[in-house]
Write a protein that binds this ligand. Structure first.
Ligand code: ATP
Ligand code: MG
Length: 248
């Protein structure tokens, strides 16, 4: 049994890639409505850890618990069914499709269904898209505008609106503020705080401690595939985390 005071608990996670040890015995937990900042140098194992949690890879060793119950994800779809949503900077959206299509991709609303045949309920998807976007205070021209026309920050906003709309339990953001302007990065941080207000947990990976520190409740530091720090924000400082991150 895992500990059900956590939404997710990962215990003793190991992962090897062709002889390279990417994770060696990592314990990682996230509480209900908690924002956890996951930091560490390039190659520390951050993306590998969250890919295991989102069902892209199985761990070679270790266990994953969701609300205290052990889970074995064999695909991202299975993790998503539990409400674990992962947002990548690049792959979060299909640029040549509309905002609405992106929001409902794979989970389209139907007006009528008979066996395998269904009709898309376009008016309802239009309306629901706009409501979802308003919830994160994103004012976009039309749900039919192409994602291609949006800035990086707006795309993150759409992905977060989608996670809220589908009542995700945990949103994982892998470097969501990369390549964004100062202003756009601030918007993304606001989106993350909005998730917390709705009781949704999030994991926020970034190299920029000045983005992570202000929003995180807790900060976890990985180095060479091991967890070397796990602090409540009040117990640490940007200086201490920086010092740990640059240890050889
Ligand atoms: N699919 C893969 N095949 C082989 N090796 C991999 C693979 N994915 C990750 N690795 C290796 O595992 C280690 C951890 O990589 P990971 O991408 O998890 O690091 P990271 O902390 O996300 O780094 P960054 O900050 O650069 O994104 C690295 O040594 C990396 O080269
Ligand atoms: Mg990474």
């Amino acid at each position: 049994m895992g500990d059900d005071k956590y939404l997710v608990e990962m215990l003793n996670i190991h992962k090897w890639f062709a002889g390279v040890c990417a994770l060696r015995g990592v314990d990682f937990a996230i509480g209900y409505g908690e924002i956890v900042g996951l930091v560490g140098d390039n190659g520390a194992g951050k993306s590998t850890l969250i890919k295991i949690l989102s069902g892209f890879y199985p761990p070679d060793e270790g266990k994953i618990f969701f609300e205290g119950e052990e889970k074995h994800f064999s695909s991202p779809r299975e993790a998503r069914k539990l409400g674990i949503e992962t947002i990548y900077q690049e792959a979060a959206m299909v640029p040549k499709m509309s905002i609405m299509r992106n929001i409902f991709m794979g989970r389209e609303l139907l007006s009528f269904r008979m066996g395998p045949v269904g009709y898309l309920d376009i008016p309802r998807m239009e309306e629901e898209s706009m409501t979802a976007l308003q919830k994160v205070d994103l004012k976009l021209r039309s749900p039919h505008a192409l994602v291609d026309e949006l800035s990086g920050g707006q795309r993150q906003g759409v992905a977060i609106a989608r996670a809220m709309y589908f009542k995700s339990r945990l949103v994982i953001l892998d470097e969501p503020t990369n390549n964004l302007s100062v202003k756009e990065s601030q918007r993304v941080l606001e989106f993350i705080k909005e998730l917390k207000k709705q009781g949704i947990s999030s994991i926020f990976i970034s190299h920029n401690l000045y983005h992570v520190y202000p929003v995180a409740d807790r900060i976890v530091i990985l180095s060479h595939g091991e967890k070397i720090g796990d602090f409540r924000k009040e117990e640490t400082s940007v200086e201490e985390i920086t010092r740990l991150m640059i240890l050889p």
